[in-house]
Design a protein around this ligand. Structure first.
Ligand code: AMP
Ligand code: FE
Ligand code: FE
Ligand code: ZN
Length: 281
């Protein structure tokens, strides 16, 4: 059996692995295909493509965007996007600027709570253009201000906690359009985690291509529910570990294995999208 992991992060966003480390884990675990889906970034894709190519692993370029529909936050995975698309890159740069400003705001809130962290410390630790809350959490732990990442999220960073800052988000319809214009397929990430079932029909109407049925945080029953939904709405099926590096001593990559037949279907759909974009231009 051939398997894929289509949801992975590197240090180009809030993961801790380099592309080298991630590709090495993928090879060790025998994956036939991997996709990189850093938050608001495609920066690691070129290197991952090289490394996977050398290791005989098929590679799919991707990114993970944060969007909203009717006040529900959701994550959109964009697969097979053209990583050179000027429009995509300009939008990603905008989202990255929003992320950087949000780090400053979160640090300012922490300072108001007498937690002495400074933004430059977070940026130095993040060392990437697409910083997020995990970097603030790691900086808090490193400075001895929290004992664990869990504590940092629970006390300060989770939604509605005192240092949480809402992120300005594009609409899901704009996100789907952006992914499509870059030649990609738009897939709803971990619907069981974000509890986004109610908005799925509207997004299907707007051109959503697929749904992430298999995910670390989905139980077998949850995956089954989304497989059923994929059938009902004629959506592609994806899955991945959402590995961000080592978590409690072990990497998540390897814990979710998407049967390769779904990659075949994704590739066919991506080829059709490319053909229709070429026909229109
Ligand atoms: P952000 O994009 O800055 O809002 O951060 C979201 C990221 O934070 C997610 O992709 C996860 O990697 C991580 N995250 C969210 N909630 C938690 C939590 N409760 N504990 C640990 N990590 C979390
Ligand atoms: Fe993340
Ligand atoms: Fe996500
Ligand atoms: Zn993710």
């Amino acid at each position: 059996m051939k398997f894929a992991d289509l949801h992975l992060h590197t240090h180009f966003s809030d993961g801790t692995f380099s592309p080298e480390e991630l590709a090495a884990h993928g090879g060790r675990l025998g994956f036939a295909a991997l996709a990189l889906t850093d938050h608001d970034s495609v920066e690691g894709c070129a290197r991952m493509a090289e490394l996977c190519g050398a290791a005989g692993i098929e590679f799919i370029s991707g990114t993970e965007l944060t969007a909203e529909h009717n006040d529900t936050e959701l994550h959109l995975l964009g697969y097979f996007v053209d990583t050179q698309s000027e429009k995509l890159l300009a939008n990603l740069a905008g989202f990255q600027a929003v992320r950087q400003n949000r780090i400053r705001e979160m640090v300012a809130r922490l300072n108001e709570l007498n937690v002495p962290l400074d933004a430059e410390t977070v940026f130095a630790l993040a060392n990437c253009k697409s910083p997020g809350r995990p970097h603030v959490a790691r900086a808090l732990v490193k400075a001895g201000l929290c004992k664990s990442l869990d504590e940092a999220f629970e006390r300060f960073l989770k939604k509605n906690r005192p240092a949480w800052v809402p992120k300005a988000k594009m609409s899901a319809l704009e996100g789907i359009e952006l992914i499509h214009q870059a030649g990609g397929l738009a897939v709803m990430a971990h619907p069981g985690l974000n509890r986004t079932d109610d908005v799925i029909p509207a997004l299907v109407e707007a051109g959503l291509d697929g749904i992430e049925c298999f995910h670390t945080k989905h139980s077998t029953a949850t995956a089954g529910r989304y497989l059923e939904m994929a059938g009902k709405f004629h959506l592609l099926v994806t899955g991945g570990s959402d590995c961000h590096g080592f978590s409690k001593g072990k990497p998540l990559i390897g814990t979710v294995k998407l049967p390769y037949e779904h990659v075949e279907r994704l590739k066919q759909a991506a080829a059709a999208r490319h053909a229709s974009l070429v026909a229109r231009s």
